[in-house]
Design a protein around this ligand. Structure first.
Ligand SMILES: [Zn+2]
Length: 311
């Protein structure tokens, strides 16, 4: 049984964590950099571990590691050696595993919840480019080139001991297909595949979420299919579309509904009309069984999910 299925056998909902970057900034880290949270792996790894701990304490059943934007190529561009880059990528998993093991070693933390998972973040090729191209997925790369890009980091994350891979903010089906191909080299490993979407039916590339879900249904190593880093108002419809085309668990961890400008790397201030936590309950009722938050969500949001799901 895969680790997500295992949790969903005992609990109706698996709770994810919220944003990492937002919390790192709250702790005083400067993320205005092409490496984004991957820069903090280099500079302040202890703060990353603290944020993972904060989310476990808020009720998260899963920590998503700081490897979203961490790639060997990206660190090499910054002047690190290949070996140093590989160590930092592995360290992203080790920090989350350490935080999880320390949390779980306290007996009172074990009541009424599953042992939390460590999901290694596999960001899209566009996140490595750091030019906002993950928001349209128009990379001009073929599947084979994307396979080569993803294989190296996925191997490092698996070697470091991740429980599952969080393939997230994927903007186009060809990149999902490339990742599914890489997984075949690691037959014991499971991944979730989460797309970023631009409206009620389409992922950022313009392809239909229904078609993506139907394609992934045939991939036994994909443990869940869904949506992240997407405005909350589109999510309920996207769940329905995906669910009609796959029997796999549906995972959603949208952002707060603010608009991100990839060029200035800034968020606009307009939030969603409804509180995030109210939306999460609606998404569960629509059929999502793995729910958390993406950009700008906080431990408070995760605590809110925990309150209705486990309270
Ligand atoms: Zn996000």
């Amino acid at each position: 049984m895969n680790p997500i299925e295992q949790i969903l056998t005992d609990f109706p909902l698996m709770i994810l964590d919220g944003a990492l970057a937002t919390e790192l900034e709250r702790y005083g880290c400067d993320l205005n950099d092409p490496l984004w949270s991957a820069k903090i792996l280099l500079e302040k790894p202890r703060v990353i571990k603290q944020v993972h701990t904060d989310y476990f304490e808020a009720g998260a059943d899963c920590a998503i590691t700081a490897s979203y934007q961490a790639t060997v190529k990206g660190y090499r561009r910054r002047g690190l050696s290949e070996l140093e880059a590989a160590m930092l990528i592995k360290q992203s998993v080790e920090l989350a595993v350490d935080a999880r093991d320390a949390f779980w070693s306290i007996e009172t933390n074990q009541h009424g919840r599953p042992k939390p998972l460590v999901a290694a973040s596999v960001g899209p090729y566009g996140a490595y480019l750091a030019d906002g191209s993950e928001f349209h997925g128009d990379y001009g790369l073929c599947e084979e080139e994307l396979v080569l890009f993803h294989r190296e980091r996925i191997r490092l994350l698996i070697e470091a001991g991740a429980d599952v891979l969080a393939c997230e903010t994927i903007p186009c089906l060809v990149e999902a297909k490339a990742i599914a191909r890489v997984l075949k080299d690691f037959p014991d490993v499971y991944a979730w595949l989460s797309f970023s979407a631009k409206d009620e039916q389409h992922i950022n590339s313009g392809e239909k979420i229904a078609d993506c879900a139907r394609w992934l249904e045939g991939e036994p190593q994909i443990a869940a299919v869904g949506i992240n880093c997407t405005a909350p108002q589109f999510v309920e419809s996207l769940i329905t579309e995906a669910k009609a085309n796959t029997a796999k668990p549906i995972i959603v961890y949208p952002n707060l509904g603010e608009t991100y400008d990839p060029e200035s790397k800034q968020w606009s201030n307009e939030g969603s009309a409804e509180p995030f936590v109210v939306n999460t309950k609606r998404w569960f009722e629509a059929g999502a069984t793995v729910i958390g938050g993406c950009c700008r969500t906080t431990p408070e949001d995760i605590r809110g999910i925990h309150a209705w799901a486990r309270g």
